[in-house]
Design a protein around this ligand. Structure first.
Ligand SMILES: [Zn+2]
Length: 226
C-alpha cells in the first residue's frame, strides 16, 4: 500500500498544478464539498466546481458525496487503494479493462491512471505474466510410466538467475512426474545434454513430445498417436 501511494504522489506531483489539485479528492477536500452542498459556504470557484460535479446523498444518518452524472459515490484519495483492490479482486485479477469497467460502474473520481498504477503493483498479475503456464495440457493418452514424456522450455529471461535464462521442463504424462533443468540458452545442444542425462538416469521414453511435435525415441507399436 505504501508503494502504491508513493507512486501515486509522484504521479500527482508530475501533473500541472491546476489539474493535479482536482485529480484525486483528499478527505479534507471531501469535507469541503459536503460543506458547500449542505451550507453553501466556500470559495466561489470551488463552489462552482462542486455544483458542477457533485450532489449530496443521505444514506441512513450519513451524508455522502455522489457524482451527478454517474450517480455513484465519490472515492477519496485515502480510500483509493482499498477500493481498487476490491474491484480488482472481484474481477479475479482479469486485467486492466475489466477492472476499470468494474470501478466505473460503481464509483466516481477514481482516475484511470491510478488504476494503472495499482495494477503495476499487483504481485499476482505480475507473476502470471512472468511465469507462463509451463505445459499445454493437451489430452495425451499414455499407458505407463516413461511411455510419453512431454517437454517444454519456460522463458525466464525477465528474471534470470546467475546467467540461467530458461527452464527445461519435462513431464511424464502417465505418472505426472516432472523434471526441471536450468539452462543458459535454449539451443539444441544444452537441451539435448539435459535430456540425455535424464534418459541415462531413468530410461528414454517411447515418445518424447514437445510443443513443436512428436519425436519418437523407441519404436513402439502398442500406442496410437493422438
Ligand atoms: Zn492482480
Amino acid at each position: 500500500m505504501e508503494l502504491f501511494y508513493s507512486k501515486l504522489d509522484k504521479h500527482i506531483e508530475s501533473l500541472d498544478e491546476k489539474f493535479g489539485s482536482k485529480f484525486v479528492i483528499k478527505k479534507a477536500a471531501y469535507n469541503g464539498i459536503i460543506l458547500v452542498l449542505k451550507d453553501g459556504c466556500g470559495e466561489s470557484s470551488f463552489k462552482l466546481w462542486v455544483h458542477k460535479h457533485f450532489k449530496l446523498v443521505t444514506i441512513g444518518e450519513l451524508q455522502v458525496v455522489y457524482g451527478i452524472e454517474s450517480n455513484n459515490p465519490v472515492i477519496t484519495y485515502e480510500q483509493l487503494y482499498v477500493t481498487i483492490k476490491e474491484c480488482h479482486e472481484r474481477v479475479e485479477h482479469h486485467g486492466r479493462d475489466k477492472t476499470w469497467k468494474e470501478i466505473k460502474q460503481q464509483y466516481r473520481w477514481i482516475p484511470f491512471d491510478v488504476v494503472v498504477i495499482f495494477l503495476s503493483q499487483c504481485d499476482l498479475c505480475w507473476n502470471r505474466k512472468a511465469f507462463p503456464k509451463p505445459i499445454a495440457d493437451k489430452p495425451i493418452t499414455s499407458i505407463s510410466f516413461l511411455t510419453r514424456i512431454q517437454m517444454d522450455l519456460i522463458d525466464m529471461r525477465s528474471i534470470p538467475d546467475g546467467g540461467f535464462h530458461w527452464i527445461l521442463h519435462t513431464k511424464d504424462r502417465f505418472a505426472k512426474f516432472s523434471w526441471a533443468y536450468a539452462l543458459k540458452t535454449k539451443e539444441a545442444q544444452p537441451v539435448a545434454e539435459k535430456l540425455l542425462h535424464q534418459f541415462y538416469s531413468f530410461e528414454p521414453p517411447r515418445i518424447l513430445q514437445s510443443d513443436n511435435g512428436k519425436i519418437r525415441c523407441k519404436s513402439d507399436k502398442t500406442e496410437k498417436a493422438p
